[in-house]
Ligand binder design. Structure first.
Ligand code: PEP
Ligand code: MN
Length: 657
C-alpha cells in the first residue's frame, strides 16, 4: 500500500501518519516518487483505507495489487527517466527512458588502461552514450580472469572522462559499493547477484543510479521485487536489464526473453534495457537480438565491444568488433522512428573538417554572449500541446525543455528571429503527402533563419473524438491538411464526412475537447488525445504505415554566424539544403546538376516549385549530402552560384537517416 502525502505536508502530520501505520502492524519506507512524497507500507497489518485517507497530510492512498509497490505502474503511471552522470565536470548527463534509446557499450572486462581507452573512443564515435566494463568480474570458474579491481575502475573512469561518457560497472559486495561510490556513475547489479538482498540494500542506500540485471532463473516478479529493494533502500534511479534466462535450449548462452520487455513495461514505470551479448553469447547473433529488443520496446541496449575480441580476456566470443557495433548503431537509428523513439546521441568533440559552410558555428542562443542550453530560452513549435511538432521538439531538446507554443509556422520563424525562442522546429516534408510548402516559402522570406538540424518522426494518425462518439455519429472531421492527405484512403471510405482544415492536428483535437460534440472528430496523434482527455476512435489510419515527417530545427543567423543549440552536438554537418532558380535557357538545370555529379555529390531531394508572381518559372529545392573532403563543398557552392539565379543556402546540418 502506498500513502501519497499532500504537497508541503508538515513534519507533525507526517509523523502521525507513520505512527498510525506502525501501530497497525505495517513496516514503512519513505520515498519520493516523481514530485510526490510517499510512504510505502507493507506487512500483515490491517487498516481502514478511508480512515487513513482522511488523516491530515494524506493526499491519497493507493492499494496496489502487486507485491512490489514503488516499482509498480499502479503507483506511478508515467515512465521514469533515469539520469546518469553529469556531476563530474567532464562526463555528460545521459538519460535512459521515455522516448529515447540509450546505448551502453564497452568491453566485458577492463583489461588495461590502453584497452579501455581505445574501446571507449571507438564506441563513443559510433554513438554509445555510457561506457561499460567490469573491474570486478564474477566468473563461473575461480581460475578465470577476475578483473583488475579498483585499478580497473580508475582506468575506466579516466576513459569515460576522456570521452565525456558516464560509466557503469558491476559491484559484487556491499563493502566494495562504498569504495566505488565516488568513482562510478552507475552501479550494475549482475545477474548472479540479483537476489543478494544485503547487496541490494547497501547499493540502494547509496542513492546512485543502478542497472539491475535479471537473474538467469528469476521470474519477472522476483526481478521487480529486487528493484523494489533498491527503491525502498533509497535510490530513485533503477534501470532494469533483461540479459537472457536459463532454459532447456543450449545453442545460445541463454534465452533472450523478448516478451519480458512489453510485460515489464506494462507492470513497471522503470526503464527496461536489454543485454543481447550475454543473452545470446554468439557474436554474429548479437545485433539481430538487439534490434529485436528495440522493436519490442526496450529503452536501450548494453553491448559488449572489444577492439580485438579474439584476444579478450573474457567473453570474447560474444564481443562485437567495432565495425559490427557501428553497423548496429546505424540500424538502431533507422529503426528508432518506427517504434516512435530517437537514438540518443551526445555531442562528439568537433572533428574540424567541413564547417557549416563558411559559417562559423556559434554555440549560443539568441544574440547572447554566453552558451545557453534550452533550459534558459524555450524552443518554439506551432500548434497546441500534443502536436507532432511538440513531440519532435521533445525528442531533440528533452521532455523537460521549455517550449513556446506558437499559433502558426510564421510565428515560429518570428520567435526565433526576435530571440524569444532559442530555436524552432517546423515540418518541411512528409513521406506520404510531400513538402510543406508554407515552410519553404517562409525560408525565402526569412533570410536570417538557418536550418541547423533535422529529425525524422514516424507519424501514426488516429481518429479522435468524444467519449460518447463513434464512427457512426461523426459528420465533421478536423485536422491539418497534411493529416487529411496522409489518411486519404481511410477518409475515402466516408465520403459524407465534411473536412475542416485547422492550423495543426492538436488544435483540431483541442477544439473537440472544448465543444464536447459527438459529431466532430479530429485526425491527430495519440498524444493529443491523451492530453485533451479524448477517445481514440480508430488508431493507425494513415494510408501507409511508413509515414514519416521530416522536421528541421531552425535558428537565427547573425551575420555569417549561425547559432547551434548544444543539444544538437557539434559533429560536422553531412547534409545541406539549398534553393535556387536557373536561367530560362537550354541545359541550365543540367549545368547545376553536372557540378554536383562531377564531385560525386549525392542529391537526396530535388523538387521544383512555382515562383509566386512569375508564372511558369520555378524554384528548385535541393538537398545534398556533404562530401567528407574538406574544402570541396565550399567550392561546389561557389560554382553553383555562378550557374544559378536567386541562390539561397538554407543551412548545413547533421541529417537523420
Ligand atoms: C556483465 O554485464 O559483464 C555480466 C557479467 O553480465 P551478467 O551479470 O548479466 O551475466
Ligand atoms: Mn561479459
Amino acid at each position: 500500500m502506498i500513502v501519497v502525502l499532500s504537497k508541503g505536508v508538515s513534519v507533525h502530520d507526517k509523523e502521525m501518519v507513520r505512527i498510525y501505520l506502525k501501530d497497525r502492524g505495517f513496516s514503512i519506507r519513505e520515498q519520493s516518487l516523481g514530485e510526490d512524497e510517499i510512504i510505502g507500507a507493507s506487512g500483515k497489518g490491517t487498516v481502514d483505507i478511508r480512515e487513513l485517507s482522511l488523516l491530515p497530510g494524506v493526499e491519497r492512498v493507493a492499494a496496489t495489487s502487486k507485491p512490489y509497490e514503488l516499482a509498480s505502474r499502479e503507483t506511478k503511471a508515467e515512465d521514469t527517466i533515469v539520469s546518469i552522470g553529469g556531476a563530474a565536470q567532464s562526463s555528460g548527463l545521459v538519460k535512459i527512458g521515455g522516448s529515447r534509446i540509450s546505448v551502453i557499450a564497452g568491453p566485458c572486462a577492463v583489461e588495461s588502461r590502453e584497452q579501455i581507452m581505445e574501446t571507449a573512443a571507438m564506441v563513443r564515435e559510433s554513438g554509445a552514450v555510457i561506457l561499460r566494463g567490469g573491474a570486478f568480474k564474477p566468473r563461473t570458474s575461480p581460475y578465470a580472469f577476475q578483473g583488475l579491481g579498483m585499478k580497473g575502475l580508475e582506468y575506466m573512469k579516466a576513459a569515460g572522462e576522456a570521452q565525456g561518457m558516464p560509466i557503469v560497472t558491476e559491484v559484487v559486495s556491499p563493502e566494495l559499493a562504498v569504495q566505488m561510490k565516488d568513482i562510478t556513475d552507475m552501479f550494475q547489479i549482475g545477474a548472479r547477484n540479483m537476489q543478494n538482498y544485503e547487496l541490494l540494500k547497501k547499493v540502494g542506500a547509496l542513492g546512485k543510479p543502478v542497472l539491475l540485471k535479471r537473474g538467469p532463473s528469476a521470474t519477472i516478479e522476483e526481478w521487480l521485487l529486487s528493484a523494489e529493494y533498491l527503491l525502498a533502500s533509497g535510490t530513485q534511479d533503477v534501470v532494469l536489464c533483461e540479459r537472457g534466462i536459463r532454459t532447456f535450449e543450449t545453442y545460445t548462452r541463454n534465452t533472450l526473453d523478448i516478451s519480458a520487455i512489453p510485460v515489464v513495461k506494462a507492470l513497471s514505470h522503470l526503464p527496461v534495457i536489454v543485454d543481447p551479448s550475454h543473452a545470446v553469447g554468439i557474436r554474429a547473433k548479437v545485433s539481430s537480438a538487439g534490434l529485436a529488443a528495440i522493436a519490442a520496446g526496450a529503452d536501450g541496449l548494453t553491448i559488449e565491444v572489444h577492439p580485438r575480441p579474439d584476444e579478450a580476456l573474457s567473453d570474447g566470443p560474444q564481443s562485437l568488433y567495432p565495425e559490427q557495433f557501428e553497423r548496429l548503431m546505424r540500424d538502431i537509428e533507422a529503426l528508432a522512428p518506427v517504434v516512435g523513439k530517437e537514438l540518443l546521441r551526445t555531442p562528439l568533440p568537433s572533428h574540424g573538417g567541413c564547417a557549416r559552410h563558411t559559417e562559423e558555428v556559434l554555440v549560443q542562443a539568441g544574440d547572447g554572449t554566453e552558451a545557453k542550453e534550452p533550459g534558459d530560452t524555450p524552443a518554439a513549435f506551432s500548434g497546441e500541446s500534443g502536436a507532432f511538432a511538440e513531440q519532435a521538439l521533445m525528442r531533440v531538446f528533452g521532455e523537460e525543455a521549455p517550449r513556446l507554443r506558437c499559433p502558426s509556422f510564421r510565428a515560429v520563424f518570428d520567435a526565433v528571429l526576435d530571440g524569444s525562442a532559442m530555436a524552432g522546429i517546423v515540418p518541411v516534408e512528409n513521406s506520404l503527402a510531400g513538402s510543406v510548402h508554407e515552410n519553404y516559402d517562409l525560408f525565402l522570406r526569412y533570410p536570417d533563419i538557418a536550418i541547423v538540424g533535422e529529425l525524422k518522426l514516424r507519424i501514426v494518425h488516429c481518429l479522435i473524438g468524444d467519449e460518447k462518439a463513434d464512427l457512426d455519429t461523426i459528420k465533421i472531421v478536423r485536422s491539418h491538411p497534411q493529416g487529411f492527405a496522409q489518411c486519404r484512403d481511410f477518409l475515402d471510405k466516408y465520403p459524407l464526412w465534411q473536412l475542416e482544415a485547422c492550423n495543426d492536428t492538436a488544435t483540431a483535437v483541442a477544439s473537440i475537447a472544448r465543444e464536447g460534440a459527438t459529431k466532430v472528430a479530429a485526425i491527430a496523434g495519440e498524444a493529443a488525445a491523451k492530453i485533451h482527455g479524448l477517445k481514440v476512435l480508430k488508431m493507425g489510419i494513415e494510408t501507409n504505415p511508413l509515414n514519416y515527417t521530416r522536421f528541421v530545427i531552425i535558428t537565427r543567423r547573425i551575420g555569417e554566424k549561425v547559432s547551434v543549440p548544444p543539444s544538437l552536438g557539434s559533429e560536422s554537418p553531412n547534409k545541406a539544403s539549398l534553393v535556387f532558380s536557373v536561367p530560362d535557357t537550354p541545359g541550365s538545370l543540367f549545368a547545376c546538376l553536372k557540378i554536383l555529379s562531377e564531385r560525386g555529390i549525392n542529391l537526396s531531394k530535388l523538387e521544383s516549385r512555382p515562383i509566386q508572381g512569375q508564372p511558369w518559372r520555378y524554384l528548385f529545392y535541393v538537398d545534398v549530402n556533404i562530401p567528407g573532403s574538406e574544402g570541396t563543398f565550399d567550392t561546389v557552392i561557389e560554382e553553383l552560384k555562378t550557374k544559378t539565379e536567386d541562390f539561397r543556402f538554407l543551412g548545413a546540418y547533421r541529417g537523420s537517416l
